[in-house]
Design a protein around this ligand. Sequence first.
Ligand code: SF4
Length: 270
Amino acid sequence: MLIPPARPLGRELPMLRLVVPPPEPQPAVLPASLPEKLILTDELKAEISSESERLEQAEPQEILRWTAQRFGAKFTMATAFGPEGMILVHMLAEVAPQTPIFNLDTGYQFKETLELREEVKRRYGIEVEYKRAATSVEEYEQQHGGPVYRTNPDQCCLHRKVQVLEQAVVGKHAWASAIRRDQSPDRASAPIVGWDKKFSLVKVSPLANWTKQKVWAFITKHNVPYNPLHDQGYTSIGCWPCTRAVGLGEDERAGRWSGFAKKECGLHTS
Ligand code: SF4
C-alpha cells in the first residue's frame, strides 16, 4: 500500500495563522524617569492647545484616560472630596485606578470629609493619601498667636494648602482638578487641558463644562458617595472654620470665607 507523502507543514500553516490586527495608535507615554520638572516648550504648548480643543466635548472618562496614558506615573489628582472630585475618583477607579490621589489635609477639615476618605477606600479600594503642612494646627496657631484663618485667610490657605500642594506635586507633570466653569468668574475660562503656571504642571479639568445639575444627576445615577453635609445646605465644603451652609438663592460658593472678599483658596488662581 502506498503511503501518501506527508504534506509539508508549511502548506497548512497559513490556514491556521491568526490574523492579528495592527495595534491602535496610542499616545506617547512618558516614562517615570523623565526630568522632575516639566518645561513648557513651544511643542508642549501646541500639544496642550490642540488636545484641549480635541477634548472639549469629550466625556470626562476619555479625558482622564488620555491624561493617564500621556503622563503615566507623572499624573496625579488632588481632591477635597467635593461632589465633582468624587465623580473623578469614581471615573479614575474605572479608567486609571493606578493614578495617585491625594487630599490636602489642612487640619481643619470636617469629620464628615475625613470619613469620606474611608468610604473611598471601601467602595473603590483607593487609598487617598493625606498631604500635610510640616506643622500641626496647634503648633501653627501657637506660632501665629492664634487661628490665622480669622485674621488672614489668604496666608492660612497659602501655608495649609498652596505650599503643601507645591510639595505634593514635585516630580509630577500633570494633575487633575474637579473645577467647573460655572462655579465662579475665576473658573469661567478654565480649559479642559491647560498649563498651570503656578505649579508648572499640565492641568486637566475633565468636568470644566459640566453643570451642577449634571454633577448631581451623575452622583444619583451611579450612587457615588458624597459628603452628607451637602444635604444640610453646605453647597461647597472646605475647612470648617471657613465654610457655612448657604441660604436659598445664594451663590453655591457663598458659604466659603463668608465675611471676607476671598473667593478662592489659591489652588486654582494663577
Ligand atoms: S480654608 Fe480656612 S482654615 Fe482652611 S486653609 Fe484656608 S483659611 Fe485656613
